[in-house]
Design a protein around this ligand. Structure first.
Ligand SMILES: Nc1ncnc2c1ncn2[C@@H]1O[C@H](COP(=O)(O)OP(=O)(O)OP(=O)(O)O)[C@@H](O)[C@H]1O
Ligand SMILES: [Mg+2]
Length: 140
């Protein structure tokens, strides 16, 4: 016999309400961090807006990854890392948009040459729109 069959409406509500409330408060979101070629920023911006994102950030960064260039060695520091200019685009989206946004960024940033960049996806636990106090997805 199912557990639910023996539980009255009040007991069922008591068991399910906390989870439902948690669900409402904490809609899962994703933070997508794309390291792209600086010359691809405009194409990525256009793709993000077309995909319906409500906002995003960009930062000019210096990156280090698999290098094709020879490393420069500073005589005084023995530093062997050669950084290259990259652009970091960050966007927080509802969980169910994340795959589509990753594809939109990849599609607009790809040249097929080395150095096209990488995309990382992280979970976001909460958000607030400061002016209104809206939370989570409603804050995006
Ligand atoms: N583990 C990492 N964490 C954060 N950023 C990273 C990481 N690895 C690489 N990056 C960033 O990605 C950039 C490398 O991009 P790049 O497209 O050159 O990657 P790749 O793996 O060498 O691929 P490709 O062969 O296409 O060049 C770095 O300059 C750095 O900004
Ligand atoms: Mg590379």
């Amino acid at each position: 016999m199912s557990v639910l069959a023996t539980a009255g409406p009040a007991e069922v509500e008591a068991r399910e309400a906390p989870a439902a409330k948690r669900e409402n408060r904490r809609k899962p979101m994703k933070r997508i961090i794309a390291i792209i070629q600086p010359c691809k920023l405009e194409a990525v911006e256009t793709a993000l807006i077309k995909a319906g994102v409500s906002g995003f950030n960009m930062t000019e960064v210096m990156g280090f990854g698999h290098q094709t260039e020879p490393a420069e060695t500073c005589l005084w520091s023995k530093a062997r890392v050669k950084f290259v200019p990259k652009t970091k685009v960050e966007v927080v989206v509802p969980d169910n948009m994340a795959d589509q946004i990753v594809e939109a960024i990849a599609g607009s940033a790809r040249t097929g040459q080395v150095g096209d960049g990488k995309i990382f996806v992280a979970s976001i636990n909460g958000a607030m729109r400061i002016r209104t106090g809206d939370r989570d997805e409603a804050a995006l």
